[in-house]
Design a protein around this ligand. Structure first.
Ligand code: PLP
Length: 439
């Protein structure tokens, strides 16, 4: 931490360099951002972003809902609204959550400007400088930016193919307690994880909730992808098991479209009251227009059928990615998601996904290096590959290019460092593959 007046948030070309609050230091452009600007050129196959394929949503469905809202209740749609969200809309959100086993009261729902904003509000309510947020390792990058902007530290608990490992969670809690650290909440993405692509098993959901309860740790369950399963539904939400110790976050960004910027938090009553006040302080009220249009869409369109359409699109793309990986990079390991947008690839130990990215972009393929998803520098031997946006043909082309980049890099290393093998063995058991003695 720097002394007051010497904040490191800006840079020397910025006349306000010494004026920023310390928390602004966390709001730094990532080192790979400039590369992603290049990666957005059409000739580059981007497996980096997490944009939903909104072209699979018939525009007429949205146009009809907008038209009807403007004709029937234009002045209301264009006006400020309640800081908690439109009451009828909150009732409809209950129907969406019921699909994942959640029984709740509309009074405990707070509509937010995307679930991203709910993450911001919960962090604002709970985090002081020096607090700890426990999260999976890896975890959602932009949640960690928020936690760090409130000057909290992120403690990563390792995962395997069944999600966060309960025994490791116990160890981390005990170590943090012994160090006198204050754990404010456990942030988890249990279904079709971003970026790992894995799903927390039902047994582990029960066990992790029990651990959290015993240690009086609030659980922040972030669930943007739960309804986007391919063949098998995810287990019911953690909030369906435990209501008092869980703040649940949902969104319409992936099941409808992110352009509406509408998400929600379902919280225990006392937290809900504070969330509404924080929401009002931040935005006065969430967009009346977006809420009413989605509400109309939910009342008149086949929204469950539309979610099925999305599921079909993403299933096909995931299959394209996995079969291309099997064909072009059979020596490597990756996760096999049963929903969502992402595959987590493990590289041989000698490779560094961040260092390799410029070469990949030069070869016209982009990915997100694993380091982006850890607060502590892990993840060099991993990358996140998104299959949500490119077509199956482009996914195949992208993986073919990636395989060339990886092989060239390994050959180069072999020439100069004599690693002895193009695919040295590595510990792919846990994600992030830290040296065993670190865990
Ligand atoms: C895990 C996770 N949480 C939250 C968000 C934010 O979504 P939104 O603000 O669009 O609801 C995303 C977006 O990709 C995400 O992947």
């Amino acid at each position: 931490m720097t002394a007051i007046g010497t904040s490191q948030a800006g840079n020397n070309l910025d006349p306000w360099y010494h004026h920023y609050a310390e928390r602004a230091a966390a709001l730094r452009a990532s080192e790979v951002r400039a590369l992603f600007a290049v990666a957005s050129r059409p000739e580059v196959v981007s497996l980096a972003g997490g944009m939903p394929y909104v072209a699979a949503l018939p525009q007429d469905l949205v146009i009809n809902a907008m038209d009807s809202v403007m004709r029937k209740q234009g002045p209301v749609a264009l006006q400020y609204g309640s800081g908690q969200g439109v009451p009828l809309f909150r009732e409809q959100i209950l129907e969406v959550m019921a699909l994942e086993g959640i029984r709740a009261n509309a009074d405990d729902v707070v509509v937010t400007t995307g679930s991203q904003h709910a993450l911001e509000l919960v962090s604002k309510l709970f985090l002081d400088p020096g607090d700890v947020v426990i999260a999976e390792g890896p975890s959602y990058v932009t949640a960690m930016v928020i936690f760090k902007s409130y000057q909290a530290d992120v403690d990563h608990v390792p995962m395997d193919e069944h999600g966060m490992i309960p025994e490791a969670l116990r160890e981390h809690i005990a170590r943090l307690a012994a160090d006198g650290r204050k754990i404010k909440f456990l942030y988890t993405i249990p279904s079709f994880h971003n970026p790992a692509g894995v799903t927390l098993s039902w047994a582990r959901r029960l066990e992790i909730l029990e651990i959290a309860k015993t240690n009086q740790i609030l659980v922040l369950e972030d669930n943007p992808y739960g309804l986007l399963y391919f063949d098998q539904k995810a287990p019911d939400a953690m909030r369906s098991i435990e209501r008092d110790g869980v703040v649940y976050l949902g969104t319409f960004s992936k099941t409808l479209a992110p352009g509406f910027r509408v998400g929600w938090a379902l919280a225990p009553h006392a937290i809900r009251e504070k969330l509404v006040l924080a929401n009002e302080a931040a935005v006065l009220s969430p967009s009346s227009f977006s809420q009413l249009v989605i509400s109309e869409y939910l009342s008149t369109a086949d929204w469950k059928g539309q979610i099925n359409t999305f599921r079909g699109v993403y299933r096909e793309r995931k299959n394209a990615m996995l079969s291309a990986l099997t064909e072009y990079l059979p020596e490597l390991t990756w996760t096999n998601p049963n929903g969502g947008f992402y595959v987590w690839l493990s590289l041989p130990d000698t490779l560094d996904s961040k260092a390799m990215l410029p070469r990949a972009v030069k070869e016209l393929v982009a990915y997100t290096p694993g380091t982006a998803f850890f607060a502590d520098g892990q993840g060099r031997q991993n990358m996140r590959l998104s299959f949500c946006y490119p077509t199956p043909e482009h996914i195949r082309l992208g993986i073919r290019r990636l395989a060339t980049v990886i092989r060239d890099e390994l050959e180069l290393l072999d020439t100069f460092a004599g690693t002895g093998s193009l695919f040295p063995a590595h510990d792919g058991r846990r994600f992030g593959a830290p040296p065993p003695d670190i865990n």
